[in-house]
Ligand binder design. Structure first.
Ligand code: PHE
Length: 356
């Protein structure tokens, strides 16, 4: 009886040793251990058969069983150590394949739109002159866009600006000038504000026209403001932006909300004044319509025109960006070309909103 059990024990032990040696992974070893040494394994079954032995054989057989079990457990442990060591070696090899001195993959970074960048630059210049940056709504009332700017209904000047009308009776502002009367109402005189923003016109798009573009309105109201103040500040602005003296010319210009009104043109920097598609072959680009605030507009803003005077200008930000960066076609600016022109050093901040 005992020799039969002994033979089985030998076979189980030899088999178990082989199975552990064959385990190629830690996971396989774990499974092999459960199979050989587990509660339902062959060794456990032999323990159950001790009672088949004679009383004298029981002790020695039980001892041999325990020895075999301990020896097998030790084999498994040895194999585990081997497998762990080779796994660690593989990890190390992989770690050595990582070279921390390699440059990281290139990540496409966003950049600031040229118009935004020019806007920030202009804001910077005016903030140094004591102007505040304000913002009006893009969806405007007829009152602020036209009426309060001395352009009554039926006035032919409404045709100067083809307008997107909304079904609600409101409109998409055709210029940033509605910010003038909003600022007068909100802050009162004396007043120094600039209002950058998006404007919309029902235009056919070509190299120099867009239905969506950016302007930057300027308004300064105080006692004794004259045309000399206006011209001085306009020249300073262009000098700061272009970092050189820019050739300009002043022509009379008609806008119902200024009197007198001017068109300030700058020599086209795309063709250096020779004439190209951007400047309509004239060599000059209209960039700064401006003038002295009309007394009626001051009255609409609740300001006494006998006490205060002021000047206003409507800088074409989109056009200025084109001149500054040599973009010959306005359509490029909305084309989704993400190549950066410049990176900002500074963001001027959040404008004071004047929307209700
Ligand atoms: N708002 C005018 C326009 O877009 C420009 C302008 C602004 C003219 C301020 C004079 C003074 O046509």
């Amino acid at each position: 009886m005992s020799s039969d059990l002994d033979a089985q024990l030998q076979a189980i032990r030899a088999d178990g040793e082989q199975v552990f040696a064959d385990a190629a992974t830690l996971e396989a070893l774990k499974q092999a251990e459960a199979r050989v040494l587990g509660k339902k394994g062959p060794l456990a079954a032999l323990f159950g058969r001790i009672r088949e032995c004679t009383p004298e054989q029981r002790g020695p057989f039980g001892q041999r069983l325990n020895e075999a079990k301990a020896a097998l457990a030790e084999r498994a442990q040895g194999r585990r150590a081997e497998l762990e060591q080779s796994a660690a070696a593989a990890d190390l090899k992989q770690a050595q394949a990582f070279d921390p001195t390699l440059p990281p993959p290139v990540v496409a970074r966003g950049s600031v739109h040229p118009v935004t960048y020019v806007q920030w630059e202009v804001e910077d210049v005016f903030e140094r002159l004591g102007f505040s940056v304000v913002a009006g709504p893009e969806m405007e009332t007829e009152y602020y866009n036209f009426e309060a700017l001395n352009i009554p209904a039926m006035h032919p000047a409404r045709d100067m600006q083809d307008t997107f009308w909304l079904t609600s009776g409101m409109l998409l502002r055709t210029h940033t000038s509605p910010c003038q009367v909003r600022a007068m109402e909100r802050f009162g005189p004396p007043l120094r504000v600039i209002a950058p923003g998006r404007c919309f016109r029902y235009e056919t798009i070509d190299a120099s026209h867009e239905n969506t573009f950016f302007q930057l309105e300027g308004l300064m109201i105080d006692r004794h403001i004259s045309i000399a103040n206006l011209i001085g500040i306009m020249k300073l602005l262009l000098r700061e932006i272009f970092k050189r003296d820019v050739k300009v010319r002043l022509r009379p210009g008609y806008f119902p909300f200024v009197e007198p009104g001017f068109e300030l043109d700058m020599s086209c920097s795309i063709c250096d004044g020779a004439g190209c598609a951007t400047c309509k072959r004239s060599g000059w680009v209209e960039i700064l319509p401006c003038g002295m605030v009309h007394p009626n507009v001051l009255r609409f803003g609740g300001i006494d025109p006998h006490e205060y005077t002021g000047f206003a200008f409507g800088l074409g930000l989109t056009r200025l960006a084109m001149m500054k960066y040599g973009v010959g076609d306005i359509r490029v600016l909305n084309s989704g070309d993400l190549r950066p022109i410049v990176y900002p050093e500074k963001f001027s901040g959040t404008p004071i909103t004047m929307a209700e």
